[in-house]
Design a protein around this ligand. Structure first.
Ligand SMILES: Nc1ncnc2c1ncn2[C@@H]1O[C@H](COP(=O)(O)OP(=O)(O)OP(=O)(O)O)[C@@H](O)[C@H]1O
Length: 370
């Protein structure tokens, strides 16, 4: 009897032991699965930001030459920059493409891009503009100043601070209405929200040009990966967006370093960023540092024509026409913050033209402050 009891107790212990062993094994298997699951979650999150290229299932994967439909290049769909040498060499900005702009602080990136926005509208292309650093009203002030030009800029008691008469401001606003959309920063700077908002703006307002100024001001914390992976993912995503939505995207990315002569390899992120871009432009302000650097780097002499400009755009990559190592010099007009092709250039935008394209002489009617 005693022996039977002992055997029963022993069997129960054995069963408990096996159950425990099984539980431990299950737990171990779950633990082993953890990195696999983490990898899966990471990939899923990553694809939220960088969706794989969608395969068009109704088309063959490889095409024979006769099956490839020739798409005629429609030059009326190329967006001019208004910068003469640039437009002559690269024709303009193609839809479905991405341009990266870099340059040190104060080199003129934002100002050139707001002028590009005006130029685009002037050629009947609609623009969506995101500025992470300036509130919409400040962006609008700059654009108004550039749109008005020196003839309407009234000096104030502050150096380099000019105002525009209300009547001119209103005319410019009305002209830009329905063509220029400026992101309202009060909606936050979270990258996925901003991209979603841009996508909606493109769909709702027939946008042709998107300007994103700049990478550093976007909040990438919701995206997985290290800093450079996140930046690269974003650029790949924007490149895809330009193709899907048939827009040109201008994207500002600051350089990693703030001293020395800026080169393409100094742009923040990995090399994948510049690989993904169709154009890569560097902005330089022609100060003494720049002049010394180009003399040292390229062996240019003091009489090089570049020395006389105020700002220079360096084209370091242009995939379409293969332009590179081209320097485009510009003159800066402090009253209007405009960049000019020649020191005495006078440009008239659409807001001061009538239906036939003739310029209205509004300035004669406006009383100017002495
Ligand atoms: N050559 C120049 N001479 C004088 N002022 C200039 C020149 N180029 C640009 N500026 C002015 O300098 C200020 C800074 O320019 P802007 O903001 O366009 O530069 P940025 O490259 O975008 O700078 P950041 O990287 O700090 O955003 C603006 O008021 C602009 O009008």
């Amino acid at each position: 009897m005693e022996e039977e009891k002992e055997r029963a107790a022993f069997t129960k212990k054995e069963i408990d032991y096996h159950a425990e062993l099984e539980a431990i094994n299950r737990e171990l298997a779950e633990l082993e699965q953890l990195p696999v699951n983490a990898e899966r979650t990471f990939k899923a999150k990553k694809s939220e930001l960088r969706p794989d290229i969608v395969t068009k299932v109704d088309e063959p994967i490889f095409l024979t030459p006769t099956k490839i439909k020739a798409v005629k290049r429609d030059l009326s769909q190329v967006i001019p920059s208004g910068i003469e040498i640039l437009d002559k060499r690269i024709i303009g900005f193609n839809k479905r493409e991405l341009t990266i702009w870099s340059g040190s602080n104060g080199s003129g990136k934002s100002s050139i891009l707001s002028q590009l926005a005006l130029e685009s509208v002037d050629h009947n292309f609609n623009v969506a503009l995101f500025s992470g650093e300036l509130q919409a009203d400040r962006v609008m002030n700059w654009i108004t100043l550039q749109g008005a030009g020196k003839r309407y800029a009234q000096p104030t008691k502050y150096e380099n601070y000019y105002t525009i008469p209300e009547e001119v401001k209103n005319k410019i606003s009305r002209w830009l209405d329905g063509k220029l959309y400026i992101y309202n920063n009060n909606h936050g700077l979270k990258v996925l929200d901003v991209i979603r908002a841009i996508e909606e703006c493109i769909d709702n307002n027939k946008i042709d040009v998107v300007i994103i100024d700049n990478l550093m001001s976007l909040d990438l914390s919701s995206v997985h990966g290290d800093k450079y992976d996140k930046q690269t993912d974003l650029v790949l995503r924007l490149s895809q967006l330009s193709k899907d939505k048939k827009v040109h995207i201008h994207f500002v990315s600051h350089p990693r370093k703030s001293i020395g002569f800026l080169r393409k390899t100094d742009i923040s992120g990995t090399a994948d960023i510049t690989n993904a871009a169709d154009n890569v432009f560097l902005c330089h302000r022609c100060n003494n540092d720049f002049k010394r650097n180009i003399k040292e780097y390229f062996g240019f002499k003091d009489d090089n024509p570049l020395m006389r400009y105020d700002n220079v755009i360096e084209i370091t990559k242009n995939r379409d026409l293969g332009v590179s190592d081209l320097f485009v010099g510009l003159y800066y007009e402090k009253e209007s913050k405009r960049f000019l092709n020649t020191p005495d250039e006078t440009k008239y935008y659409g807001w001061e033209k009538d239906k036939e394209g003739f310029v209205n002489c509004l300035q004669d009617e406006i009383p100017f402050a002495e």
